[in-house]
Design a protein around this ligand. Structure first.
Ligand code: 13P
Length: 317
């Protein structure tokens, strides 16, 4: 056992010694968010990363985030505390399957552009015309010429939601996020009943059945902005990864935040289903170790060049 406070001090010292900047996504453990130089949603972190001046970036998040950072800043050493921190959405759309599907659509004479959620591998990004995050999706969808169809990969729920708000028809890939997919409407309605007057916040990765009974829908940064805009103390039920409570509470301490449970176990207790097991691989020990030993590192891959074009066009312009 290592004391978290000692580990935090050690990380602070190592950041200086190794000329490193620590970025942490809002879904990461609160202790790591506290010592990070930048925290945020996928869009803000991607933009913050290109402004970093140190020679090393430690990305406390999941693989596709660190990979995107390496692609946008090839000259930096980019470290990910655990290379196994993957993403169920990225896993649901494999390069070969997407290529085959695009070829089939082209053979049918369909005129389309492929829009990918940033939660994809760089190899998949290299097959796409646009990359979106929850924070810029609406804006990017508007950039796709009206006479083209849109193939949206891999999140069917975010895609369905974007169809609704943009009025554009999309061909949807059947992927979903394991954390958001598992929220139960019954649990949510019960939590609402037990907390009269509460406001339900939901990430657009949630299935339609959850969004239907939510009061406000947005990516993680949009949720944070929303709770900050409400000055009167309120109670919020939060239908996204449970660590999101950390930045919400920090930004708007006047409110009470209750994480929406994942599926209830038969004993009536909540399980930890609202925690992303990949994000959870980021521990203080692993952040310390990757700084100390300079690994695991994201290595440049030949297909990064193509992914760089689409990432820059979509996120930085
Ligand atoms: P945002 O933080 O951009 O809303 O995305 C959440 C997410 O899917 C992280 O994997």
């Amino acid at each position: 056992y290592e004391d978290p406070l000692d580990l935090m001090d050690e990380i602070d010292a190592l950041k200086k010694e190794k000329d490193a900047t620590l970025l942490a996504h809002f879904y990461i453990d609160g202790d790591i968010q506290e010592i990070a130089d930048f925290t945020g949603d996928s869009l803000k972190l991607a933009r913050d990363a290109v402004k970093v001046e140190t020679s090393t970036i430690v990305f406390s998040g999941v693989h596709f985030m660190a990979e995107s950072t390496k692609i946008l800043s090839p000259e930096k050493k980019v470290l990910l505390p655990d290379l196994n921190a993957g993403c169920s959405l990225a896993d649901s759309c494999q390069y070969g399957d997407l290529l085959q599907f695009q070829e089939k659509l082209r053979a049918e004479g369909r005129d389309f552009e492929t829009v990918a959620y940033i939660n994809t591998t760089a190899k998949v990004k290299s097959l796409c015309d646009w990359i979106v995050t929850s924070g810029n999706a609406r804006e990017i969808i508007d950039r796709v010429p009206k006479d083209k169809e849109i193939l949206f990969v891999p999140d069917q729920h975010l895609g369905r939601y974007l169809q609704e708000v943009s009025g554009r028809n999309m061909i949807l890939w059947p992927g979903s996020c394991m954390v958001h997919e598992i929220f139960s409407v019954q649990d949510l309605l019960r939590a609402k009943k037990n907390n009269p007057g509460s406001i339900v916040l939901a990430h657009p990765e949630c299935p339609h059945r959850i969004l239907e009974v939510s009061d406000f829908i947005g990516g993680t940064e949009k949720l944070r902005q929303y709770v900050m805009s409400i000055k009167e103390p309120g109670t919020f039920l939060v239908a996204t990864e449970a660590n999101m409570i950390h930045p919400l509470h920090k930004s708007a301490p006047q409110h009470t935040f209750i994480p929406v449970p994942g599926i209830m176990s038969s004993t009536g207790e909540t399980c930890a289903c609202n925690r992303c097991p990949h994000m959870a691989l980021n521990t203080l020990q692993k952040v310390r170790d990757c700084l100390k030993y300079g690994k695991p590192e994201i290595e440049w891959q030949p297909y990064f060049d193509k992914a760089k074009d689409v990432l820059e066009r979509s996120l930085l312009q």
